[in-house]
Structures are given as C-alpha cells and as structure tokens.
Ligand binder design. Structure first.
Ligand SMILES: NC(=O)c1ccc[n+]([C@@H]2O[C@H](COP(=O)([O-])OP(=O)(O)OC[C@H]3O[C@@H](n4cnc5c(N)ncnc54)[C@H](O)[C@@H]3O)[C@@H](O)[C@H]2O)c1
Length: 446
C-alpha cells in the first residue's frame, strides 16, 4: 500500500515581495566613478580595525569617520591612523544609535559596517537611503525581511550594497575559479563548502555576547557565506544558474550548552543551534552543493572548498590538492619528462605549483605581494578591500552584488525553516525576480 502524496506539500515556499513598478534590478550596476573614496566605519571590535588599517594601504581613500558603541574602540583606531601618518577621523560613540549621525554625514561615499549581525541590515538600508554605497560584513542579513529590504533599497536608490565576503578572494579559491572559467575542470556540477571553526575561545571576546546569543536563539546554518560564496561563484549563480531549493539536517546541540553550563552553571535547554548542521542545495541546472556548519566541536579549521567537475577536482581543506588527468593539462605544465598521472590521485606537487602559477587570477597578480605584506587572513582581506575601492574609483560593477548577498545569507532563515519542519525542502527565492539568466557568467570588472 502506498501513502498518498500531496505534491503541494512537498516544498515550503516563502513569499516574494512584488517589485514595485518602475523599480529595476541592479545586475551589473555601475555608478559614477569616485576618484577619492571617502569611507566611514561603523563597528570597531575584533574585525573592524583591520579593515581600517588595510584601507590606509590603498591609494585614493580618505577615512572620514569612525564609529563604535565603545569610545575606547574609536580612539584606538584613530591612534593607529595617526601612527600610519593619516589625519584623525571624526569619532562617534556612546550608544547603539549614534551610527545614524554617520550615515547622515555629507562628506562620505561608502559606509563600511562591521558590527554584530543584528545591526547590519538596519544600518545598510539607512546608509543607502542617506545616499551612500554600503559594504557590510558577513552575514549582512539574517532574515528574509532584512534580505528583501537590502535588495529593494539598493534597487530603489541605485546604490551598491556589497557583502564583505573575503573568502572568495583567497588565493586557492581565486586561482581555481580562474581554472573553472578557463574550462580546466570541465563542468563543475557539485561543490562543497563549510564553516568549521571551534569558537569557544572567542565567546568571551564578543561585544555583549551577541554571537553566542544568536546561536542560542537560532537553529540552522547561521554562518554560511564563507562556504557558499566561492562555490556559487564557480557555478555562476544568478549569472546563468540559480539556487532552487535546500534541505537541512542537524545534530542536537552539545558543546555550546555544555560551555554555558560550565561558565555560568545555567542549563541552556533552549539552545537551538545544532553541533553539526548540513545543508544540501539543488540548482536549476541540476547541480548540487553541500554546506556544513560546526562552530562547537574540537576540529581543525575548515572551509572544505571542494569543486567536482567533469574533468577535474579541486580541494582545499584539509589538504590542498588538484586532480586532473595529465592529458588534460598543457604540455608546458606537465611535459613528457614528468611521469603520467591521472585524476585518481592528486597531481604531483610540482605540477600543481606550476598550474597554480599559470592560472593565477588576473585580479590578484598585481596586488599579490602587497596583499601578503598587509595581511588579513593571509592577504585575502586586503584583496577584498582593494577590489571594492578599485571598482568604486573606476565606476565599475562590484565583484559581488546585492543578489550574491541575498543568496549566500538566505541559508540562515531557510535552513532554520527546513530544520523546524523535519528537513522539508524549502524553496530558495529568485532574489533577482526574473533576472537570474540575464548575465552570462561571472566576470570581475577591470
Ligand atoms: N569576514 C571574516 O573573515 C570575518 C571575521 C571576523 C568577523 N567577521 C564579522 O565581522 C563582524 C564583527 O565581528 P567582530 O568579531 O568584530 O565582533 P565584535 O563583537 O568584536 O565587534 C563588534 C563591534 O561592533 C560594535 N557595535 C555593535 N553595535 C553597534 C552599533 N549599533 N553601532 C556601532 N557599533 C556597534 C561593538 O561595540 C563592537 O565593538 C561580524 O559580522 C562578524 O561576523 C567577519
């Protein structure tokens, strides 16, 4: 006997707000060039100051304002500016609403947000309404309402709204993306990414305990963008393919409630975020993606980053390797003198090195040395900031648009819905509202 299937109940759908008449998408949005970009920073905790410092190495940037709830944080960053030979920026501090004075400033082009997650979207929306471009740390939005508000405001104001996803700029990711774009891996039909990083030693350092509190309140992959971003770029998401739906599964929470018990004596029975969360995504072009989240267990750091293509395979964690048949690699990189190898194993290290050099991403070549010198997660943070400023200065479309932000952040609310409904599939909205096939592949503007 077969159970009766109700097809309409097979997928949970969330509502997509109708695009107001006259409003257009911001695909490939290009704005007036800004030769000197005047930046104001909001949020100067563990993350923000490094971004301010990175900006001091980029020509054509003025740091106009620094804002944090805490006076000491703004003062410390201003001292760094002076040490680096820059004039002091205006300081704003005191409470969680003082940032409104910053987005309202007349002499600012870009608002750079590195606060806790709960303030990201509110500040982002207001910044654009106040006539500024905005760049927001990861994840820039944690609910569908916030995501749609950022999209609608960017479309209405024609201002850039970019998520500061740095992991797409790591050297292995940039180079393998270039390999994919040159066809070296064939068609990439499966990708895996993750955020696996035990945060227990960081919990006491966050302002107001915001991050542990968010994990306590929310089940699901609450930090998906480092894992998902590079995979979506390799798969040209909303540039020829589209995320269609997801399914999530998690384990019960273990180490984080135990941490709370240990530190406070409290039984955190209401702790929602699972120890291990897995989300599978299916795309319009019938490709698959697996994203994992684990910030609690004793494991080596990993963003996984795996690309599986019809001709080859790239893997970053725990071992960086490439697997491609020798016959599919140019004779300059794998000459006859090197013994045959196949995609059954990672290629010899020397061949990998030569291939990585040959396929270096053009956007990283000129700035690689400076990026490694300035640092920030090995240099990727510098490339992120450099590319943002470069594109604003030249009036080019940014490398990542508000739809990337939406697609990479939507796992937060949508994985939670799937988990709360016994892993039911949840539709991923077309955040471009009909434009996902207009652009032909991902390009980084020059
Ligand atoms: N891309 C990356 O690799 C990376 C790495 C670390 C953190 N982050 C992101 O950076 C952001 C900040 O993280 P963090 O580790 O610095 O946290 P943090 O708690 O150390 O810093 C947050 C800061 O924001 C300030 N703040 C909070 N609300 C504010 C408001 N309304 N106005 C002004 N200031 C406000 C706090 O005073 C605090 O100094 C988060 O979104 C986090 O996910 C990204």
């Amino acid at each position: 006997m077969f159970a009766e299937v109700n097809a309409s109940a097979q997928m949970i759908k969330t509502s997509v707000p109708v695009r107001p008449e006259g409003q257009q998408d911001v695909l490939a949005l290009a704005c007036e060039p800004i030769p000197t970009v005047r930046v104001a920073f909001i949020g100067l905790g563990m993350r923000g100051p490094g971004a301010v410092e990175a900006m001091t190495y980029i020509p054509g940037v003025e740091i106009v304002a620094l804002c944090d709830v805490l006076e000491a944080n703004t003062k410390k960053v201003n001292e760094m500016l002076v040490k680096r030979g820059f004039p002091k920026a205006k300081e704003f501090y005191g409470d969680t609403t003082v940032w409104r004075k910053v987005t309202a400033l007349k002499d600012v082009d870009l608002i750079y947000v590195a606060t806790d997650w709960l303030h990201h979207a509110t500040i982002g929306v207001q910044a654009m309404k106040d006539g500024k471009h905005v760049a927001i740390e990861v994840p820039s939005a944690t609910s569908l309402d916030e995501i749609w508000a950022l999209i609608n405001t960017s479309e209405q104001t024609r201002k850039h709204c970019m998520m500061l996803e740095n992991c797409v700029y790591d050297f292995f990711e940039l180079t393998t993306l270039n390999m994919v774009q040159q066809g070296l891996l064939g068609e990439v039909f499966h990708g895996e990414g993750a955020y696996i990083h035990c945060l227990q030693s960081y919990w006491p350092k966050y302002w107001n305990n915001w991050r542990l509190d968010f994990n306590r309140k929310h089940r699901g992959d609450v930090y998906p963008t480092h894992g998902l971003g590079p995979i979506c770029q390799a798969m040209n998401i909303h540039r020829g393919d589209k995320l269609n739906y997801l399914v999530s599964m998690d384990t019960r929470p273990i180490s984080n409630p135990a941490y709370i018990k240990d530190k406070t004596g409290e039984d955190a029975k209401d702790f929602r975020n699972g120890e291990q969360t897995m989300t599978m995504i299916y795309t319009e072009k019938q490709k698959s993606i697996l994203i994992e989240h684990n910030i609690a267990s004793p494991r080596p750091y990993s963003r996984m980053y795996q690309l599986t293509g019809t001709k080859g395979f790239a893997n970053k964690y725990p071992v960086e390797g490439l697997a491609i048949d020798k016959k599919d690699i140019g004779g300059d990189v794998a000459p006859k003198s090197i013994e045959d190898f196949s995609a059954h194993n990672f290629m010899p290290e020397k061949v990998k090195e030569d291939l990585m050099n040959k396929y270096k991403n053009p956007i990283a070549i000129d700035i690689e040395d400076l990026a490694k010198e300035v640092g920030g997660h090995g240099g990727m943070d510098f490339i992120l900031n450099y590319r943002l400023i470069h594109c604003l200065q030249k009036g080019l479309p940014l490398d990542m648009d508000v739809y990337d932000l939406a697609e990479w952040c939507c796992l937060i609310p949508l994985s939670e819905i799937s988990l709360d409904n016994n892993s039911m599939p949840v539709e991923i909205p077309d955040f471009t509202r009909g434009g996902w096939n207009k652009l032909n592949g991902l390009t980084f503007a020059k």
